[in-house]
Design a protein around this ligand. Structure first.
Ligand code: DI6
Ligand code: FE
Length: 435
């Protein structure tokens, strides 16, 4: 079953035959690069639900979807260079993990043990641990070591159907180390079969060199680090951590002003531990997303709804911090705030590289329906990255990034607690070998 489900070309003779036939038929043929049949589609291209098409076919050309629908309606004149057998599985848009801190060095398993013995996250941070312990390890690591450690995490994500991932910097906190992290993220995107977008999170926490001088650090980010890294084409978006233990809305607004001068979209870690007005700040600068939001106020959510800012829900961090206040999902639904779901893969508060586990937790811990969770890691995740015109749904013209699943129905993706149901990925129309 597993074997049959793998998306792969059929025998070479068929490939030659269909090309020849297409040539003989001249322009009347609808020529495509590849077609998949013997599968069902969950297009996620509907306002709710999965957008199911049973016994379907989907065709791609030049890395984009050119046709999809019930197999019985496959155009008679469609000529495909390659045919793939979906083995009776379900095909969804490739998963999009729209919030990760994937690139770091070292481990914080020791802090996990200390927290189990009663120490709090804040106490550990105050004693020089927490984010700063990862900053020390990351600054000490060379580019190759960082690449290799991060690659293992990327493989874990892609094994569960991820075809696009956002990677934040934020464990360097000075020019050279931030550059190294962003370069590693870019290299992952160019050497691996997964799309990577980068986010500059220099405003993650205050580095020790700037103790007591948060405003000076923000100025350095806005006037030196961000412009330099942007000039090196290393930055696709800018993020900040808006909490009393990190930066204030006023400080982050200065950084966002600099981002906007460079034409970069912004995102914000907001209201994870307290309500500091981050959601309003995000909305006021038309941020792509505000992320976490356990403590968001009604006014903050209303502002986000007005600005079209996506709420990115991060159940891994909620779980790992044993938080008890869930983000206000019912109000988000009522106000029409799109909800994305992501791993927040990071060494401190979400040591998790399982997008499927996050789908499950978004349902069990936050009350999303399984179709909402899947939309959160496809359609709405694409919006959280500003990429919704290009990916996150199965629709004609969109990028042909797919995940193929050995499940009887797409609701199983959130039902399993983790799981190994991904049996194939397609990136830009080309099947990817499992890693
Ligand atoms: N929010 C978080 O939960 C993490 N970063 C952030 O902005 C914490 C990251 C860490 O502890 O390493
Ligand atoms: Fe985060």
């Amino acid at each position: 079953m597993q074997e049959r489900l793998q998306a792969r070309p059929r025998a070479g003779s068929r490939r030659v035959g269909s090309r020849l036939k297409a040539l003989l038929q001249g322009n009347s043929a609808m020529q495509v690069d590849a077609v998949w049949t013997n599968l069902h589609l969950a297009t996620l291209d509907t306002p709710s639900g999965y957008g199911e098409i049973e016994d379907a076919a989907i065709a791609v050309r030049d890395g984009r979807i050119t046709w999809l629908g019930p197999r019985a309606r496959l155009p008679q004149n469609l000529q495909s260079a390659v045919s793939h057998d979906g083995g009776g599985g379900w095909l969804t848009p490739g998963l999009i993990d729209c919030h990760t801190h994937l690139v770091w060095a070292g481990s914080r398993a020791d802090e996990f043990e200390r927290r189990l013995q009663g120490a709090s996250y804040a106490e550990i941070a105050a004693a020089g641990g927490g984010i700063l312990s990862t900053v020390r390890a990351t600054r000490a690591a060379d580019e190759q070591a960082l690449y290799e450690q991060s690659l293992r995490r990327l493989h874990a994500l892609s094994a569960q159907g991820v075809t696009s991932v956002e990677i934040k910097s934020g464990y360097g906190l000075e020019l050279h180390a931030e550059r190294r992290c962003l370069r590693v993220a870019r290299r992952l995107g160019s050497e691996q079969r997964v799309h990577v977008t980068t986010t500059f999170l220099g405003a993650h926490t205050l580095p020790p060199e700037y103790a007591g001088r948060a405003d000076d650090y923000i100025d350095a980010l806005a006037t030196t680090l961000l412009p330099a890294l942007h000039a090196e084409h290393l930055v696709d978006a800018v993020d900040g951590y808006c909490e009393p233990i990190a930066f204030t809305p006023a400080q982050l607004r200065r950084l966002f002003d600099a981002a906007r001068m460079l034409g970069l979209p912004v995102k914000l870690h907001a209201e994870q531990l307290s309500d500091g007005g981050g959601a309003q700040l995000a909305a006021s600068v038309a941020a792509l997303s505000a992320d976490h939001l356990e403590y968001v106020s009604d006014a903050g959510l209303a502002a986000m709804a007005g600005a079209g800012t996506v709420a990115v829900l991060l159940p891994g961090a909620y779980y790992a911090l044993r938080e008890t206040r869930a983000p206000p999902v019912a109000a988000m639904r009522r106000l029409g705030v799109p909800m994305a779901v992501a791993t927040d893969c990071n060494p401190g508060t979400s040591p998790c590289a399982s997008p499927l586990l996050m789908l499950n937790m978004a349902c069990t811990l936050f009350g999303l329906a399984p179709d909402e969770a899947l939309a959160g890691m496809t359609r709405h995740a694409a919006r959280a990255l500003g990429l919704h015109a290009d990916r996150g749904r199965l629709a004609i013209g969109l990028r042909a990034d797919f995940a193929l699943w050995d499940v009887a129905h797409p609701r199983e993706l959130a039902y399993w607690i983790g799981g190994r149901s991904c049996v194939g990925r397609v990136v830009d129309g080309v099947p990817v070998e499992a890693t």
